[in-house]
Design a binder for this molecule. Sequence first.
Ligand code: NZQ
Ligand code: ZN
Length: 404
Amino acid sequence: MENFHLSMPTNIYFGHGMVKKLTKHLNQYKRILLVAGGGSIKKNGVYEQVRAVLDSMQIKVFELWGVQPNPDIESVREGIKICKDNDIEFILAVGGGSVIDASKAIAAGFYFKDDPWLLFYDETKVKKALPIGVILTLPATGSETNGNAVVSNREKQEKLSIHSDLLKPVFAILDPYYTFSLPQSQTAAGSADILAHLFEQYFSKNLDNYLIDRMTEAVMKTVIKYAPIAIKEPENLAAREQLMYASTLALNGLLSSGKVTDWATHALEHEVSATHDVTHGVGLAILFPRWMKYCYSDDKAIKYVEYAVNVWEIKKEDFNFIDFNQVFEKLSKEERKSIAFEAIEKTAQFFKSLGLPDSFRSLNIDPSYSKIWASNLIKRDKSAGNFKVLYEEDIKQIYESCFE
Ligand code: NZQ
Ligand code: ZN
């Protein structure tokens, strides 16, 4: 294993009625900013419940509404202004990843003297941040307990991320009932995003991390089992509970312990949503099976076969967990590849079964964007990924395959 540092400071309150825990964490503040999206929390009653708790305390609540999916830096600027004009002490994000990420950027931008977009070119400039708390309504990004913020600048057609331990929320309230109102499309996209986070960490060159790999597979299987149930029965509590905790565990840092992780597919997706308002999970569901195929090689086969056998239970009867490697060694190259590609096909079919689009063409994107996205990504990052390092031509080919 690689050496690692893991910091998980966020207090998690999981379950129905946990909104009351706001009193525990907010009683020291007099002025807070509540950040929200386009209004889903008003429709499903979450806002009313949150306000009822806040109004029972002596807190002055300011509100920022209208944070859009793939949050824009404009909302961040607006939030910072409200915070500065009103001496805000704490930010409460009520919503999905976009609302949480915008809140984190506001928290960091509050102490930054220049335009907050500059933080996204150099995250080391995040030196201090307002404390934030989260009430999660969409299991997907893991933003509820991690230190990432992903923000778009539509004017510049850029979508960039920052990471800082200073941006980790103080608390996250995870009430699965708040997710009953999610439309099928968001449940599907959120589930694809959770799986994508697991893939980014699982497909690693480090083959010496049995514990974390098996934990990651368990979270993958949970999503594969429960996402279809949540889509069919939006008020199935067990399914909503499982997805909600899967979202958090998938990207709180635990599952990258001791590993060099990949993140190429996320980098590729961010270029797509920078130029087109594609839902993050939709872009990932299209890209990931193609990325898996593109990166396959004989020397990487073991990881794919582990994924096939342990997650999709392909040829499960031939393997057991004690001597997995010995069984693998006896397979021919062709057999390994066939198992791997069956698992990739099952992954693609699973996304399709959730109702997710399976090509960029079906999103009416012009294929000429393959070249533009690849060039934009390379201008900034030079390469993408670690499992297989991808350069401009590789990236362009993966994008092109997404139009087929
Ligand atoms: O805006 P409102 O009205 O709230 O509606 C939202 C939005 O339209 C709706 N929604 C949320 N909860 C709902 C609900 N509708 C009904 N009932 C509920 N309970 O869902 C729509 C999408 O919300 P959004 O917050 O955009 O979705 P998500 O949580 O998937 O966040 C996506 C953003 O997070 C970034 C993505 O790139 C994208 O910008 N990511 C953030 C990460 C992080 N911070 O660690 C990592 C991820 O890989 C990702 O990049
Ligand atoms: Zn993601």
